[in-house]
Design a protein around this ligand. Structure first.
Ligand SMILES: [Zn+2]
Length: 299
């Protein structure tokens, strides 16, 4: 299939109480694993790339990284019969515009470094441009922190204030709002608790679909509750990379003389397919590929 906007999928998820996984790819095999898992689960999938993935793929040149990913995303989507969206995560204004021009169907504008008024103005303008292209725009209020490479993090973060979220959404016409309720990017084990009371308070005053970043480090019982309370896009990265890398490491340990990368990347790709499938079932999106059909007619 051609790439699609996730707008109606996320709206359906909000109405019906499940969540879309947005799965990160850092290179080709991970992108393939995501769409292969979607096909096996008969689920719609959001293939997501981070700013650092673009830098990696583009060798430091994010524009080149975007061009590579746009093409990989298109081919990956065409290789399966379930609907796939291509999402650029935490992008600045220029990257949002570049991604949209290259055919990304979903973008997250991160204006967190801007003063609130300017963030609102830029977000509103980008939402208008995205909608003109049939694409989906996510933005964030508050800040989800990031763990260091060893998995340690500072739990003190800038949590989303419900009244600020309400003001931001009313002023911007965004399709989804990413919120900071205690999750942390890049945490290696599932230990983080969410501020579910804060989520309840945000849900009470904001009607757009809510997005959770940094889900890999969050306890699964809290993720279930968060989805029940209205989180309908959940970003998953670290948990998948962990499955991928552990499989590669195991193969290299068992066969230390290997030089062909295909020998250790094949089991890594298979392990990531399993990890994505497990999260799709967990989020309740398996078997829901059909929700993309309505989307294609209106997009
Ligand atoms: Zn994030």
């Amino acid at each position: 299939m051609t790439l699609a906007s996730p707008k109606l999928w996320v709206q359906r998820a909000q109405q019906e109480g499940f969540a879309l996984g947005a799965f990160n790819a850092n290179q080709l095999e991970q992108a393939q694993a995501i769409v292969m898992a979607a096909e096996l689960e008969d689920a719609p999938a959001i293939l997501q790339v981070s700013h650092r993935a673009l830098q990696y793929i583009g060798g430091g040149n994010t524009t080149l990284g975007l061009r590579y990913i746009a093409e990989i995303g298109k081919v990956a989507a065409q290789s399966v019969s379930v609907p796939v969206a291509l999402h650029m995560d935490h992008a600045n204004e220029q990257e949002v515009l570049q991604a949209l021009a290259l055919g990304f169907t979903s973008v997250m504008f991160d204006g967190g470094d801007l003063p609130l008024e300017e963030n609102i103005a830029v977000t509103r303008r980008l939402a208008e441009i995205a909608h003109g292209l049939g694409a989906f725009l996510e933005a964030e209020v508050g800040h989800v922190p990031k763990a260091d490479p060893t998995g340690r993090f500072d739990p003190a973060s800038e949590l989303t204030a419900p009244e600020e979220a309400a003001e931001f959404v009313a002023a911007t016409d965004i399709d989804a709002l990413a919120i900071a309720i205690g999750s942390v990017h890049s945490v290696h084990s599932k230990e983080v608790a969410l501020d579910l009371e804060r989520l309840r308070a945000i849900r009470a005053v904001v009607d757009v679909p809510l997005v959770l970043h940094g889900s890999s480090g969050v306890r699964d019982d809290h993720l279930v509750q968060a989805v029940g309370l209205g989180v309908c896009k959940v970003n998953v990265a670290t948990q998948l990379s962990r499955a991928f890398t552990e499989a590669a490491r195991r193969t290299l340990a068992e066969q230390p003389s290997v030089v062909d990368p295909r020998i250790y990347l094949s089991p890594a790709r298979l392990a990531m397919i399993d990890a994505v499938r497990e999260r799709m079932r967990f989020f309740g999106v398996s078997g829901k590929a059909g929700i993309g059909a309505a989307n294609r007619q209106t997009a």
